[in-house]
Ligand binder design. Sequence first.
Ligand code: HEC
Length: 208
Amino acid sequence: MAQVDYATQVQPIFYNHCLSCHVSVNGSGALELDSYEYLMEGDSNNGPVVIPFNADSSLLYRVLLRDSVIVPNEPICCRMPKNAEPLPQDQQMIIYNWINEGAIASTVSVMSESPREPPSFDVYPNPFNNKINISFMLNQSELENIIIFDILGKRVKTITRKNYGVGRDLVFWNGVDDFNRPISGGLYLIGFEVDNKIQGLKKVLYLK
Ligand code: HEC
């Protein structure tokens, strides 16, 4: 199944069912659902509402369930949308899958037709705390960049090594950007730049 796209699949659900109350100017409580940034800020009475990769623990999903009685710090408990029918099952699943896929802003477009294959690589541990290992296999001895993006698609770090040997190699990333500044915790994407295209993105979660 294709990865859920936030802008075209998730945000419209909020437009149709939630914004009458959860919009910045209205003030229903603090949670605002009119943009990805506001949603992830998760300024709710109960802390962040989205926990990437963990829909079952995410308030955003749990409030949708028919029998939801769980808004821990609220005197009133509620199933959302409040005072309305539950969302259709397929819309609940879109939100569920989107969170479990990492709750990223929008699918970063990955070019498909490259003459060269990206190296196969693994990242571990994931989630990571101090550093993450990027282990990969190169078939050709060439310059390859490893690029790290934040969830908004901004490049935060480029790891360049010249003259990679052929074969298995390992580099690590310790959660700093190109200027050696520590970055905040959260979700990042790691991919290889091959022929000026980003390939094989993997999502990683940096816990601080
Ligand atoms: C009719 C108004 C209304 C609609 C529509 C509505 N909500 Fe809410 N929502 C509230 C209110 C008010 C609260 C605060 C808890 C309460 O008073 O029941 C709340 C709380 C929440 C919370 C808990 C966050 C917190 O601050 O603790 C989440 C998550 C949430 N809503 C998500 C949604 C989603 C997703 C939708 C759309 C599918 C939605 N809501 C639709 C009024 C609404």
